[in-house]
Ligand binder design. Structure first.
Ligand SMILES: CC(C)(COP(=O)(O)OP(=O)(O)OC[C@H]1O[C@@H](n2cnc3c(N)ncnc32)[C@H](O)[C@@H]1OP(=O)(O)O)[C@@H](O)C(=O)NCCC(=O)NCCS
Length: 231
């Protein structure tokens, strides 16, 4: 008989110990969310203004935040998404930023961000996007960073445009918001525009460790054949 293994036994767990940030800027850092962040993230996203254009929230029960945190290790181990806490100088979360729809062959991903209401209009979004762009273009060697914004989310669209993202069009009935299909504006920042733009000038120190699914080669190599060719 084979011993039964729990289906996700090899996957990393939600971080419980202090870790080196993946990106550190002048006043903010990006790091993997930890269980101890749950109360802060819960408090930030109980505000209906923050989650107004999302398919989730506002949070009503702290267990919702914990349940979401529990999904993150699998999502990043499988290269599905890279969700990061945006933390201040005291290592306190002020919001979340993420890469999703990561297409390594085509070197592209979608970036998204939500910040607690108190941090809107403070340039925190600029620093967050600058750090994400350094990670995406510098470390993950992507060529294209896309972003979605609900057509009614004029603030998010203005914020993307002032950071150099170009509007490419509207995706109709693209996002389901509870029971309603929503139209979404598509934006993108290309590597060449990032290199020339202001976001690349924001100092960023990159560190920490990224999941193999986002860094190992995407094309098959002959390295894996050596054990087959023995004898
Ligand atoms: C989207 C978000 C991260 C942007 O961060 P922010 O700090 O609010 O953005 P900024 O203040 O840098 O930029 C917002 C811009 O919109 C402008 N603006 C503010 N309210 C606006 C409105 N109702 N309509 C149009 N523009 C508006 C601001 O004046 C500013 O432009 P300016 O700097 O040229 O003056 C933040 O608002 C947020 O977390 N929102 C909730 C979550 C969300 O919707 N995320 C986006 C998912 S697509």
């Amino acid at each position: 008989m084979f011993a039964m293994k729990a289906p996700n036994a090899d996957l990393p767990r939600v971080e419980r110990v202090a870790q080196e940030p993946l990106a550190r800027g002048p006043s903010l850092s990006l790091r993997y969310p930890e269980l101890r962040d749950a109360p802060a993230l819960f408090a930030l996203a109980t505000d209906p203004e923050v989650t107004r254009f999302f398919s989730w929230g506002p949070y009503e029960d702290p267990r919702e935040t914990l349940a979401w945190l529990g999904t993150l290790p699998q999502r990043r181990a499988r290269g599905i998404a890279l969700e990061l806490a945006v933390v201040d100088e005291a290592d306190q979360p002020i919001g979340i930023t993420l890469l999703s729809e990561i297409g390594r062959r085509d070197r592209r991903a979608i970036v998204g961000t939500w910040l607690g209401r108190a941090y809107w209009g403070t340039r925190a979004n600029r620093e967050t996007k600058a750090l994400m762009a350094h990670l995406a273009f510098g470390r993950l060697e992507l060529d294209r960073l896309g972003a979605y914004a609900d057509v009614l989310n004029t603030r998010s669209q203005a914020a993307l445009e002032r950071l150099g993202f170009k509007r490419e069009g509207v995706l109709h009935a693209f996002h389901r918001h509870y029971d309603t299909p929503r139209d979404v504006a598509l934006y993108a920042l290309l590597r060449r525009d990032w290199e020339r733009g202001e976001l690349a000038r924001v100092p960023a120190q990159l560190g920490g460790s990224l999941p193999d699914a986002l860094t190992k080669p995407v094309v098959p190599t002959l390295d894996g054949l050596s054990w087959l060719l023995k004898d």
